[in-house]
Design a protein around this ligand. Sequence first.
Ligand SMILES: *Cc1c(COP(=O)(O)O)cnc(C)c1O
Length: 368
Amino acid sequence: MINITKIFIDKKTEDEVKKVLLSGFLAQGERVKELERQLCDINRTKYAAVVNSGTAALHTALASLGLKKGDEVITTPFSFIATANTILMCNAKPVFVDIKEGTFNIDPDLIEAKISKKTKAILTVDLYGLSCDYEKIRRIARKHNLKVISDSCQAIGASYMKKPIAKWVDVACFSFYATKNIMMGEGGALVTDNNEIYEFARRFRQHGQDQEKPYIYHHIGYNYRSTDVLASIGLAQIGNLKQWTEKRNQNARRLVTKLKNIPGLVLPESTDGTAHAYHQFTVRITGDFPIKRAELIKYLLENGVRSAVYYPSVIPMQPHIKKITPYKKGMYPVAETLSNQVLSLPVHPFLKNSEIDLMVSLIKKAAK
Ligand SMILES: *Cc1c(COP(=O)(O)O)cnc(C)c1O
């Protein structure tokens, strides 16, 4: 079976984990600190705070802005639910802006129309590992005095105009969930050049505790700490980031070259100035394709290839979101259309060329 992800655990990972286990220090300590140093290097930021999930990173980043009930955060309707749920965790209101067809990401040209007196931030998502158009987004944010937080949970290693995404935003959030490009089983981090956001994050992951004075608490917080055991997995992984990202790009290029010119199959675009992390290789199956998306998924599966739909619906139609922001079909036409067309194919760095070629030949057969 050709799977959509492959979990990589080598001897080095085992050894690193074992070392921590035998050290007897299992909670947040030196290994977490080392992972934070490496995250600063990769993202060229001053600060990094490791937490125990991407969701925790997003919640922390949003909470650092001091959002109050009624404040609004502009975001995309086409993402994992955590993007919107973490806005709700801060009692703020998500305001959705439709996406751009070619990039699957928030359409910068539609943002300004949704800005109100209550808007405090823009929460972008670099979906599938492709950076948003941060030049435009940053210009809008500066003009309206808004903070920009990126949900880069799928985009570690990606860049925009030769700079890591983190350099374009106030704070960037990553996930190290088991299937992400760099993983710890469960895990996350936020990176920033902003000292106040960083200091807030360190308190917030530990019940709001003062960093110098134990048992003095400045504000509400959570237990969002990670552990040295998990950080040792992350450290064993992160050394491979460059090589794995390059392999994902090679695989994507092979797929693009071989899947060109199939009617009804739209290939992902790499936009100018971006370096894609290819967390997912996502095509669109449009009405011109001879069979339906669901039939193609079934056909591929029957022939040993797993594919997946990220995401089958838009966030604003979820029952709990609808209660906060009324939703009618057609409000986010691009995202709604694409949610019915997207299909992610395996692109992970452990694919063999022969496996890619098998996928290609199956898709070509299905397209006849
Ligand atoms: C994975 C992911 C998250 C959440 O990360 P967890 O580590 O599972 O909490 C948030 N947003 C996006 C876009 C993701 O892909």
